[in-house]
Design a protein around this ligand. Structure first.
Ligand SMILES: N[C@@H](CCC(=O)N[C@@H](CS)C(=O)NCC(=O)O)C(=O)O
Length: 212
């Protein structure tokens, strides 16, 4: 289904945008316009984009004369408006478990390793490339230790993080695993995370959303 009059500001290697692409694909939704904001050239922090999206980050949706950012808020909005399939369960306890995993990624891992943070620690704080990588790996491993403990007990319930259906947890997990691999993080200690990632990657909705 086409989302008329909606522009999706996207960047292929942005893992927050990757979450939104997976959610759109799972729901069979196509924004009328997809506009690439090139993070390599700093387009996100300059006009005209920054004039409509003050965070200077992607992803965002523009419709009805307004622009809205924050990938999890965008996905929650999609889920409320187009609930098939549901990415956040209706049952309050099940929803809590899904959000616990999603927020572990979106609040406790991703913001520490974002492009502007890495630029700040190497530029303003003068960290070396090795120190930057050390920082990156440290926060992935800290977060992945938590995620493995959250996901492993559910391995017998289905191929996704929390059972037989893809949820917001999987939508967040796969892009974060992509980031970890891109920065050569050793994932041997995370068999449950890798099993869920492998299953999701085999599905067209996840595959078509992948950066490369
Ligand atoms: N919490 C935000 C994070 C958005 C974010 O950090 N986006 C990154 C790409 S994944 C970005 O635009 N980075 C540009 C920069 O750091 O300058 C969300 O989930 O949407």
């Amino acid at each position: 289904m086409k989302l008329n009059d909606l522009t999706f500001y996207d960047y292929f290697r942005s893992s927050a945008s990757y979450r939104v692409r997976i959610a759109l694909n799972l729901k069979g939704l196509q924004p009328e316009t997809v506009t690439t904001i090139d993070l390599r050239t700093g387009e996100q922090a300059a006009r005209p984009y920054k004039a409509v999206e003050p965070s200077g980050l992607v992803p965002s949706f523009q419709f009805g004369g307004k622009t809205f950012g924050q990938s999890l808020a965008l996905i929650e909005w999609l889920d409320a408006k187009y609930p098939t399939p549901r990415l956040i369960p209706q049952d309050a306890l099940a929803a809590l478990a899904v959000r616990e995993i999603a927020h572990t990624i979106a609040c406790d891992i991703h913001p520490l390793n974002n492009l502007r943070i890495l630029k700040y620690i190497t530029g303003t704080l003068g960290a070396s490339e090795d120190e930057k990588l050390d920082w990156y790996h440290h926060w992935i491993k800290t977060g992945f230790d938590t995620l493995e403990a959250l996901i492993a007990p559910h391995r017998d319930e289905g191929p996704f993080c929390l059972g037989k259906q893809a949820t917001l947890a999987d939508v967040c997990l796969v892009p974060q695993v992509y980031n970890a691999r891109r920065f050569d993080v050793d994932l041997a200690a995370y068999p449950a995370i890798c099993a869920v990632d492998a299953h999701c990657q085999s599905l067209p909705a996840f595959g078509a959303a992948a950066p490369e």
